[in-house]
Design a binder for this molecule. Structure first.
Ligand code: SAM
Length: 363
């Protein structure tokens, strides 16, 4: 990513020190520093993005993912246009301000045209006095061509999440089939930038063979690519995937979880004004995992809006939380969680990344 504006350099050694914290006092000191930087650079608010996992049909075969194409034990589904619009209207009426449309990865024209059309309709049909520009829309539908990204952007989506998963070339190659490359993932992130999106990425933490050095390199990459939004969580094995049986002696679940929180803090401390999500994978490992994510520097939360009948079929990993809870319960439960950590819930706000505003102003 070419950005000519002067930006503070990033201290890789400091990131390693943060990630190596292993006493309660050291971890608390990191947490407090991250919280302070969050409050200074982003404020006290937590922004909602209602999450609709609208299809688990996927052409990819990521070795870690429960909805990979070759997992024939998954019941495949795709929500229709009316169902997605209904979820979007609920999201707007609930005051969430933004929606995330996520699915497995398909590149075929009927899929691309479907997403484009749904985005256009959501923009048109969620305008109100509370939301004069309609819902903010984030897409998370995988690697697409630059032309497709431009179509999605023109339809009205303005944020896009595409995790790099790991920036270590050998590790990336080990956890993906030969046809899915780190180079093409990086190229897709470049294309998202040129298409004008606020760009989100992230990594999984605790992958077999992953080291703290590799994670520090990931944070340096977020900085170098001028990323606006980050979503990270612990890697959680899924029994019906090739990686389920891989030995992973360095990453007992408790360490993966703790390191995921330290990664949230490391990103907040070094990148300062990006948006960071407290992800569902954190909650899968600890009943208060998302609250802890907020306390370590996250400022975005993604309440579940996927209809309950489909949630059990969108299992990327085991123990995924909120499978049965309906969306109204989910809303109340999250409100309590946000207030419990002393933060304020933003209502009817898009909550765009301040980093994006700064980098576009400087460009
Ligand atoms: N297909 C789109 C894509 O690839 O960006 C969006 C859906 S994809 C399933 C969303 C994210 O789920 C992935 O980027 C990956 O980081 C995460 N994920 C998949 N399997 C996981 C696992 N076993 N543990 C933790 N996270 C996982």
């Amino acid at each position: 990513m070419t950005n000519t504006s002067p930006r503070p350099s990033i201290d890789r050694d400091a990131i390693i020190r943060i990630l190596s914290s292993n006493t309660p006092d050291a971890i608390e000191a990191v947490r407090r520093q991250a919280e302070q930087i969050l409050l200074t650079h982003c404020g006290n608010k937590v922004y909602y993005r209602g999450l609709v996992e609208f299809s688990n049909q996927c052409a990819c075969n990521c070795l870690y993912c429960g909805i990979r194409a070759e997992n024939t034990s998954v019941r495949r589904y795709a929500m229709n246009e009316a169902e997605i619009i209904e979820a979007a209207q609920w999201c707007a009426q609930a005051g969430y301000g933004s929606i995330v449309l996520q699915s497995g990865e398909r590149k075929d024209e009927p899929f691309v045209a479907f997403v484009e059309n749904v985005v256009r309709r959501i923009k048109r049909e969620t305008v109100s006095t509370d939301l004069p520009q309609g819902l903010g829309i984030t897409l998370c539908v995988g690697e697409q061509t630059e032309a497709t990204y431009r179509r999605f952007r023109e339809a009205g989506a303005h944020r896009y999440l595409l995790r790099i998963e790991t920036t270590n070339p050998a590790l990336f190659a080990r956890i993906h089939p030969a046809g899915q490359t780190l180079a093409s993932r990086m190229q897709a992130l470049e294309h998202l930038h040129t298409a004008g999106f606020q760009v989100g990425t992230g990594v999984m933490i605790g992958l077999p063979g992953q080291t703290l050095d590799m994670l520090a390199d990931d944070v340096v990459f977020f900085h170098r690519f001028d990323i606006d939004m980050i979503g990270m969580g612990p890697y959680i094995p899924h029994a019906a995937t090739p990686m389920a049986g891989w030995p992973n002696p360095d990453w007992p679940p408790a360490r993966a979880f703790q390191t995921a929180l330290l990664m949230v803090a490391a990103v907040r401390i070094s990148l300062k004004d990006v948006n960071i999500a407290a992800t569902t994978a954190l909650q899968a490992m600890d009943p208060v995992g998302r609250e802890k994510g907020l306390q370590f520097g996250a400022n975005v939360i993604m309440p579940q809006l996927t209809p309950t009948e489909h949630r059990g079929d969108y299992l990327l990993y085991e123990n995924k939380p909120c499978i049965d809870e309906d969306k109204s319960e989910c809303r109340r439960c999250l409100e309590r969680r946000i207030q419990s950590v002393g933060r304020t819930l933003a209502i009817n706000e898009w909550g765009d990344s301040r980093h994006f505003a700064r980098r576009t102003a400087e460009a």
